[in-house]
Design a protein. Sequence first.
Length: 355
Amino acid sequence: MKALVLSGGSGTRLRPFSYSMPKQLIPVANTPVLVHVLRNIRELGITEIGVVVGDRAPEIEAVVGDGSRFGASVTYLRQDAPRGLAHTVAVARDFLGDDDFVMYLGDIMLPDGIVAAADEFAARRPAAQVVVHKVADPRAFGVVELGTDGEVQRLVEKPEDPRSDLALCGVYFFTSAVHEAVAAIPPSPRGELEITDAVQWLVTAGADVRAHLYDGYWKDTGRVEDVLECNRHLLGRLDRLVSGHVDAESELIGEVVVEPGARIVRSRITGPVIVGAGSIVQDSQLGPYTSVGRDCVVTGSRLADSIALDGASVTGIAGLRHSLIGRSASVGAVTEEGDHVRLVVGDHTRVEVAA
């Protein structure tokens, strides 16, 4: 089996961050979402991975490389413009050959893994198998309707009156039968080749199409709020590991990770918290549920339920919560009286708030 990972989307819902970095590289628990995805794929024993990229290809390649650090071989497949998920299958046709493959969106988090789904696909080997998750309000998702034997009968995109609470998760398993479906479907009204249309084509043609119910944690990291929620969830799984320097005047409470080269000086850290390599936290309070990237500086501040990306600095802020601070961004205080502040700060910006 091979894998096809989609990393070419523009990420409009994650602006301003997606102006300066691919949305798939947003870090969750100090690890890019795309790296979490590749680790899940490697758990399946897959070593041949195709990564579909667009204009941000150099940044994706800089992080993923040739795949050797994951124990895999990565082939980059260029999509000239966002033309739909099914179009990526056409782009990858030569790479995929006639092999079975898993198609995995590069901006979703399934931290409990998809091994059970892969095992189910291998055991039954339907033409297609979609991974679904029960949701409270299916109207915002692609919805799958099942028959009495668990077979997929219909896929409906964002139905006004859903007949099912099973939402598509963004992971699909296919045999080579999907290539005929992709070649047969027309573009949707928005001008794209939709993977749901390709799966529906298989259903209509009488092919065996199944659904696997994923009951673990699932999050589409398409919005800032989703990234922060996912960060909280993953930090909740932390184990304490202190490799950096913590001075005698500092206190670490609970599950705290201090990476090599990081320094904690006269500060109180309440886990779960990660402080990335080379970062300095001084005269500050961090946590809970906070990730500080590499080479950051936090001085005289309180930071909770937030993410600071690599190279960010926060100085003199008394209460910063529910915030996502971009790479090399600088958040500093001015002298006017202030209160808790929430920020969504893009890369290489500078913000001053009341101290």
